[in-house]
Design a protein around this ligand. Structure first.
Ligand SMILES: Cc1cc2nc3c(=O)[nH]c(=O)nc-3n(C[C@H](O)[C@H](O)[C@H](O)COP(=O)(O)O)c2cc1C
Length: 194
């Protein structure tokens, strides 16, 4: 795969900032058989190094693929990809090529074999660290951050769980008051709404 897309390598110190707000994410996997994508809303970032917890299970083909390959890419779609995320999350990868069906461009990362999605705002290359199989809880370390400053739709979106979604709303700047909890180098936004 050529590295010709619009994702550029980002400072890993701000990787967690893409997930702290709890967006719906697209999780990709790769095996010799095929690439796959699943939508995930049961996700949280666990620390400033962007350890990530995902809750999933054997009803998804991606679950076993992650257990087998011990890696994935966690990609953050903008609100322009909402309908793609819904379709990706309602079809199994053995039924259709989700990249082709949703007009998404796969592009290689550096650390994992799972493809990045060029149309996303950011992609995190992740390695599986810990599995809690009873609860389908997967914990990943983040190895690389890729960012896409060229996307005009900057809003992420959030699932309510009842088939409705919110896109990012109003922006509030409180960095000075939050200083104690803002590690150096993670700043992704300025003072004004992006
Ligand atoms: C918006 C959305 C969010 C989803 N979130 C999750 C989730 O957090 N955990 C999960 O196991 N499945 C979730 N799903 C379902 C999977 O994405 C879905 O089962 C998908 O078809 C799995 O694809 P695969 O079989 O190719 O891996 C979600 C689906 C949608 C549409």
């Amino acid at each position: 795969m050529d590295r010709t897309g619009s994702l550029i390598k980002g400072d890993i110190r701000r990787a967690f900032t893409y997930l702290e707000s709890g967006p719906v994410v697209l999780v990709t996997t790769h095996t010799a058989e095929r690439d796959d994508i699943m939508s995930i809303s049961w996700m949280m970032v666990m620390d400033y190094e962007a350890h990530i917890a995902i809750s999933t299970g054997p009803w998804n083909e991606s679950y076993q693929r992650i257990l087998d390959t011990k890696e994935c890419a966690v990609c953050v779609p903008g609100a322009d990809l909402l309908d793609a995320a819904v379709r990706i999350g309602t079809v199994n990868g053995s039924e259709e090529d989700k990249f082709a069906a949703n007009h998404l461009t796969r592009t290689p990362g550096e650390v994992v074999q799972a493809p990045l999605i060029d149309e996303c705002l950011a992609c995190l290359e992740c390695r599986l660290e810990t599995v809690y199989p009873d609860r389908g809880l997967l914990i990943f370390s983040t190895e690389r951050l890729w960012e896409n400053p060229g996307r005009s739709e900057r809003r992420t979106f959030h699932a309510n769980g009842d088939g409705t979604f919110f896109a990012d709303g109003e922006f509030y700047y409180r960095r000075d008051a939050m200083k104690k909890w803002v590690p150096e180098g993670c700043e992704r936004f300025g003072k004004k709404q992006p």
